[in-house]
Design a protein around this ligand. Sequence first.
Ligand code: AP5
Ligand code: ZN
Length: 214
Amino acid sequence: MKIIMLGAPGAGKGTQAQMIADKYSVPHISTGDIFRANIKNGTELGMEAKKYMDQGLLVPDELTVKILLDRVAADDCENGYILDGFPRTIPQAQVLDKALTELNDGIDYAIDVDVPDENIVKRMSGRRACLACGATYHIEHVPPKKEGICDRCGKELVLRDDDKPETVLNRLKVYHEQTQPLIDFYSKKGVLRTVDGTKPMQDVFDTIVRTLEA
Ligand code: AP5
Ligand code: ZN
């Protein structure tokens, strides 16, 4: 099972990707989480990525593509994976397509989690993230059991640097310009499925599962 999660920043890609990964026991691969882990560990890649991320811009394809291709070549990806946040540009999608075609393989579904821009800014200001394990919470919709502490690993939860309202608006602009064209790209391949991401999380998940098992 190879799945791509599409959708605006804050649409709930990460939330749904983690739920799908848990249900089907395949890895959840988020390029954003990979970059944030590198920033936290002070690696060269992290320092370079941070320059772009803090402005709400995309990290250049040259940096992103290699990391992703190395990651999907790992042993734990043998039975599939959920990609969250990749591809984000047409060139990234073409590279992935070529790599899979060479293996006689392809993407099974690209799931577009559809949420209008108006809902996004509100969601982002309430999000809290664990930079240690990648878990995501929301102060109203998905509060952690203990305020400010990750349920999964016990580390501190933070407001992401790029979740400030002005950066969110920039991320939305970048999304519409560079990432939204992927909806057409995967629609033409016949693998696009759109779900209404404004519904409660469990409803969104149930719809995705029905799609995958149809
Ligand atoms: P990335 O980490 O991928 O961020 P993003 O796409 O902006 O997505 P988010 O993680 O912000 O949101 P999400 O859709 O996963 O929503 P979530 O589930 O958390 O990328 C960050 C940056 O890294 C990029 O800006 C770029 O610079 C760089 N980058 C990453 N990949 C790249 C690539 N391929 N190429 C170039 N650059 C790249 O949900 C949001 C909130 O809403 C949460 O609080 C959640 O609890 C809540 N929520 C979720 N679902 C619901 C629901 N149904 N109802 C109510 N609340 C909900
Ligand atoms: Zn954690």
